[in-house]
Design a protein around this ligand. Structure first.
Ligand SMILES: C[S@@+](CC[C@H](N)C(=O)[O-])C[C@H]1O[C@@H](n2cnc3c(N)ncnc32)[C@H](O)[C@@H]1O
Length: 392
């Protein structure tokens, strides 16, 4: 079967040399903002490995405010934030513009940590730099947000907005998911937070997502867009799939990754308990990830050959007027009410096109006709049984 490749979601093709350079030299940016001395740098790989245990097999002993502790925050930013920037910039640069804000407004990043999503958006989506966005950044860890803001400023200075006034405004909110903020936001983002919430709860995602959905939608304005990203692990992917269902039931449509709004065939049901159900996740090779990051990962004994993530981008469903292609297949003939008819072929079967301006049409013409009413209720020609399309 023939096919057209529409989108290569995780390629670096859309990233310029300047964007890639910033990703490659992220360690220098962090060192410029919060330098470590040579002894601290020597211990960095060990600290990264220790943090990785806390985020995985020792997560039950992890403190909620772990990101407030200097050593852990340094390890997080210099390893996890760097990898997250690599993953997110690839994702963001290849998503369609529908997934992002198109005008000035309020946005919120939940579980923002060191503002990773915001820095990744600034790097990956140049058109957003010229919007006046006010970002509420919410996290339980003030320390992570303070460092993240300095890192973001440093990144933003490397790609100045065309209009100085457009610079994004950052409002840090120390609080947990659900904490209310003053404005409703037209863009709601969240990366790698639901995974942590899931880890700290004994309840399965099926019990959690109703509350998650209500809290998420509380942050959004009437036509808000949501962009949620998680590590590609089964439980977090399951949470996203359940949130997807709730968004769709509430009149949203999924921009990506789903090519449809039907039931998710990779919904991850119980996949985190070892069932054979597939969970939706995407992996790409890290071959062209920053060399220094790969070296650091090897030193920390956490080498990465593939980066994995799950995500959903949703926005209010557009009510599109359906239209159909119609091919005129006859000469004109007279109809009552001063109209002229043509027989035609369309997905409706034999079709009768009726018009008061027959001079515009002739046999063989191909038309795209917008149908503003229920197709099943179109009138039928009593003689031929053809569906009748009355053109303006
Ligand atoms: C894995 S980090 C992700 C940080 C950032 N979004 C990123 O992708 O790099 C998870 C973040 O969620 C925050 N967090 C955990 N539980 C939270 C909660 N209940 N409310 C708000 N933030 C929370 C943590 O403090 C941490 O900064």
């Amino acid at each position: 079967m023939r096919y057209n490749l529409l989108n290569h979601q995780f390629s670096t093709e859309k990233l310029s040399k300047e964007q890639i350079n910033v990703l490659n030299d992220f360690d220098k940016i962090v060192q410029g903002v919060k330098p470590l001395n040579s002894k601290q740098l020597m211990f960095l790989p060990d600290n990264i490995r220790e943090l990785s245990h806390q985020l995985t097999d020792q997560r039950s002993s992890r403190r909620l405010g772990y990101m407030n502790e200097n050593v852990q925050l340094s390890a997080y930013v210099r390893y996890y934030t760097w990898w997250n920037l690599v993953r997110l910039t690839r994702l963001f640069s290849n998503l369609s513009a529908d997934s992002f804000p198109s005008e000035d407004g309020f946005c919120i990043d939940l579980g923002t940590g060191p503002l990773t999503v915001i820095s990744a958006l600034w790097i990956a989506r140049p058109e957003l730099r010229n919007l006046k966005l006010t970002w509420y950044c919410l996290d339980v860890s003030q320390g992570a947000m303070a460092l993240g803001e300095d890192i973001f400023m440093s990144i933003a200075a490397k790609f100045p907005a065309q209009n100085e006034e457009s610079h994004w405004k950052i409002i840090r909110v120390k609080g947990s998911f659900g904490t209310s903020i003053r404005e409703k936001c037209s863009f709601v983002t969240c990366a790698n937070m639901f995974n942590e919430l899931d880890q700290s709860s004994q309840m399965p995602p099926e019990f959690q997502t109703k509350k998650y959905y209500e809290q998420l939608s509380n942050y959004g304005s009437k036509d808000a867009k949501f962009l949620l990203i998680e590590p590609g692990v089964p439980k977090a992917a399951r949470t996203l799939s359940l949130l997807r269902d709730r968004f769709i039931k509430s009149g949203y449509s999924v921009n990506a990754p789903c090519p449809h709004c039907g039931d998710c065939p990779m919904n991850g049901f119980k996949s985190y308990t070892g069932s054979k159900n597939k969970w939706c996740n995407f992996a790409f090779s890290t071959e062209d990830a920053p060399q220094k990051l790969q070296k650091l990962s090897t030193q920390a004994k956490l080498p990465k050959e593939r980066a994995v993530l799950s995500f959903i981008s949703v926005s209010k469903a557009k009510i599109e007027t359906p239209s159909i292609a119609v091919r005129i297949t006859s000469d004109p003939f007279r109809l009552p009410k001063n109209r002229t008819g043509f027989y035609a072929c369309s997905q409706l079967g034999l079709t009768l096109v009726a018009t008061t301006k027959p001079e515009k049409l002739s046999s063989g013409d191909l038309l795209q006709v917008e149908i503003k009413q229920d197709i099943s209720k179109l009138p039928e020609d009593f003689k031929s049984g053809a569906k009748i399309l009355i053109l303006d």
